[in-house]
Design a protein. Structure first.
Length: 128
């Protein structure tokens, strides 16, 4: 069994969970990712969450990645995974191909994706 803390930094996610449970993945909430490169507070929060995850030996995934600029910032911060409309809209679980990784099925390793090679199918919500 693997444990991921979803929407870290909002709602019921807590630092106590990092001490109490053997967490494998920390997911940065999309509300912070959306302001990357535009809002210094969001930049600081995302950087802090990724640094915190790494300090605990935990992989980080950024939720809601929609632009190449966000991808480039996340790559620079050392975030291992990303998920969002930059790659694909949300799909029902039955539509997904089987995966060998414990990361979220919709997550992509962002350190393996060069922004110049990335060919997103969607540039934003509802855009084809």
């Amino acid at each position: 069994m693997r444990i991921a803390i979803d929407d870290f930094g909002t709602g019921y996610s807590s630092l106590v969970y990092l001490k109490r449970f053997p967490v494998d993945l920390l997911k940065v909430d999309r509300s912070f990712v959306s302001g990357l490169g535009q809002n210094k507070d969001d930049d600081a929060i995302v950087q802090s969450v990724i640094t915190l995850a790494h300090a605990f030996g935990i992989a980080a995934v950024a939720e809601g990645v929609e632009t190449r600029e966000q991808l480039e910032v996340l790559q620079g911060l050392g975030c291992e995974f990303g998920q969002g409309y930059l790659w694909s809209p949300a799909r029902p679980a039955l539509d997904r191909a089987p995966t060998q990784t414990w990361a979220p099925a919709s997550a992509r390793r962002i350190d393996d994706l060069s922004a110049s090679r990335l060919q997103p199918r969607w540039s934003g919500r509802g855009a084809a």
